[in-house]
Design a protein around this ligand. Structure first.
Ligand SMILES: [Zn+2]
Length: 284
């Protein structure tokens, strides 16, 4: 190859290389920056009305407890002012079960109904169908309300003698019977620990004592599930009330369900005292 040919070939090669480079840089150069405006796609298809709240579950509020029985008023019906076992249509109206976490009830919001008392006859127990627990101190001792609430009934009532029924905001009702004197009347607002009656032996009673009942929707259950009757203090368990036909079953569980990953943990005490409501013949 002559020198001239060699030079021409070199020039052609350089031209080709230069053209290739220009082409490559043109393709790889970023496009000039444009002002970025987010344009949402317009669509006629309606978006599904989904609730995505489940993606962000709320922390359970352990220190807050809403009252299971709302809208308690002092406007009781004649039946409510005259009968002890009265169903409450507003209690568990929309649900099959109800929880009362006793551990969340503050010290000032409960009181043992007869301070210093001893149990002289347990719920059910040796005396079949005993609808409450008999607590004894002495004659004319002060009986106090177990929780805040409104007095629903206060009068002499057959074998109960002078009796008080208090409807509580927590969903329960408590009954205080055989009183020598009632200190409150229907419609009265009472605080936990407020004197409501004096111990006596009115009605069917052989000694001065307090016959104390705990009821839910008019049905009595074991007061032992609410109070430790020996230590005279509130239990710190959670009570689960479940509708079973026209009755309500009561169980005591150690923890709130949301505090457990799995199923409820039933305490041995709860298994022993199932707290099943008895509506058959009762004794006082
Ligand atoms: Zn009794």
């Amino acid at each position: 190859m002559s020198k001239t040919h060699y030079s021409i070939l070199s020039v052609i090669s350089l031209l080709v290389l230069s053209a290739c480079h220009s082409l490559w840089t043109a393709q790889t150069q970023p496009a000039p920056q444009q002002e970025s405006i987010l344009v949402l796609p317009v669509t006629d298809i309606p978006l599904p009305n989904a609730d995505f709240a489940f993606l962000f579950p709320e922390e359970p509020k352990l220190n807050e407890q809403t009252s299971p029985r709302k809208n308690i008023t002092e406007n009781f019906s004649n039946r409510e002012k005259n009968d002890i076992a009265v169903t409450d249509p507003l209690l568990m109206a929309d649900e099959n079960s109800m929880l009362i976490d006793l551990s969340l009830i503050q010290k000032e919001d409960y009181a043992f109904p007869l301070p210093g008392a001893k149990v002289i006859s347990p719920y059910a127990g040796r005396r079949k169908h005993h609808s409450g627990v008999d607590l004894k101190t002495c004659a004319n001792d002060t009986i106090i309300s177990a929780f805040d609430g409104i007095v629903r009934l206060a009068k002499p009532y057959y074998a109960y003698g002078n009796v008080i029924v208090v409807r509580h905001y927590n969903g329960l009702e408590t009954v205080y019977s055989h009183n020598s004197k009632n200190l409150v009347k229907p419609g009265d607002y009472v605080k936990a620990g407020q004197p409501i009656a004096l111990t006596g032996r009115t009605g069917r009673a052989t000694t001065e004592h307090l016959h104390f009942e705990v009821r839910v929707n008019g049905q009595h259950f074991n007061p032992n599930l609410v109070f430790n009757l020996q230590e005279r203090k509130l239990n710190d368990q959670c009570l689960v009330f479940t509708k079973k036909g026209n009755k309500i079953a009561v169980k005591s569980v150690e923890l709130m369900p949301h505090q457990l990953a799995g199923d409820y943990s039933y305490s041995p005490a709860a298994r022993k005292n199932k707290g099943q409501i008895e509506s058959e013949k009762e004794t006082l």
